[in-house]
Write a protein that binds this ligand. Structure first.
Ligand code: ADP
Ligand code: MG
Length: 247
């Protein structure tokens, strides 16, 4: 059997009386897109935060590349190759596309931000940043201020910031949020390419995107995974249809 890249074992997380994660078990296998769907407030982002290391589970284990990373912080996990699409807020609007990607690389290297100007002159780092930007299709937008990017371009910039670190897995929390049909379709094509770089755990509300991209889908409801399966299995699962697809 193939070793999972990422493995969540019996993870629990409560916020007071609220069960945000209840006995979560989930794997991400090499080469796959595993979509995580569920109604608002089901606990999708909470799970992503625990995997990335922003939140500590109350119980359970998170394994990445065969290693228990439950006690590691976000930076250590990122350095191991856990690529998280940065929140929009981590994109600095007054920086250019290239500068933002350099900043992501510098963050992972752990260099003090006081040395940002020096890092910007480092050819190896800027070359890496440029390559990541080119791979997401922002090659001709390197010198554009992040604040002047379209919504879709900004999402791509976030992914470039993750991609620059040469991740072994991607965690993407709603990459299509706020995009029109056109943008979502373009992002879908893009993620279909991105899967060749590393497997993707994809939280997404856009069902067209999920159904066309996912190898497997897990459905979260009130902090619990109520089903995991192929697109066909999930589409036809009566419990899922009741809980999520509104039938
Ligand atoms: P989703 O991403 O599926 O919409 P979230 O993981 O953001 O859901 O939230 C799951 C539940 O946990 C929600 O009821 C939310 O209000 C609650 N929640 C999330 N973060 C916190 C927090 N830091 N403190 C208290 N409650 C939280
Ligand atoms: Mg969320």
């Amino acid at each position: 059997m193939t070793e999972p890249v990422l493995e969540i074992r019996h993870v629990h997380k409560n916020f007071g009386a609220l069960r945000a994660s209840h006995d979560i078990n989930l794997t991400l296998l090499p080469g796959e897109i595993h979509a995580l769907i569920g109604p608002n407030g089901a606990g999708k982002s909470t799970l992503i935060k625990q995997i990335a290391g922003n939140l500590r589970p109350d119980a359970g284990e998170i394994r990445f590349l065969g290693q228990d990373v439950t006690e590691l912080d976000t930076v250590s996990r990122a350095r191991m190759g856990l690529g998280r699409s940065f929140q929009i807020s981590s994109v600095i609007p007054e920086f250019t596309v290239l500068q933002n990607v350099v900043l992501a690389l510098q963050g992972a290297q752990g260099t003090s931000y006081h040395f940002f100007r020096a890092v910007l002159k480092d050819r190896e780092t800027t070359a890496k940043a440029r390559e990541a930007a080119e791979r997401v299709g922002l090659g001709d937008r390197l010198a554009v201020w992040a604040q002047d990017l379209s919504h879709g371009e900004r999402r791509k910039l976030e992914i470039a910031m993750a991609l620059a670190l040469e991740p072994k897995a991607f965690l993407l929390d709603e990459p299509m949020a706020g995009m029109g049909t056109e943008g979502a379709a373009e992002m879908t094509r893009f993620l279909d390419q991105l899967r060749h770089e590393a497997p993707i755990l994809l939280v997404e509300h856009d069902m067209d995107a999920v159904f066309s991209l996912a190898d497997r889908i897990s459905v979260l409801d009130y902090g619990e995974i109520i089903a995991t399966g192929t697109v066909e299995e999930i589409r036809t699962n009566p419990e899922v249809r009741r809980a999520y697809l509104g039938e």
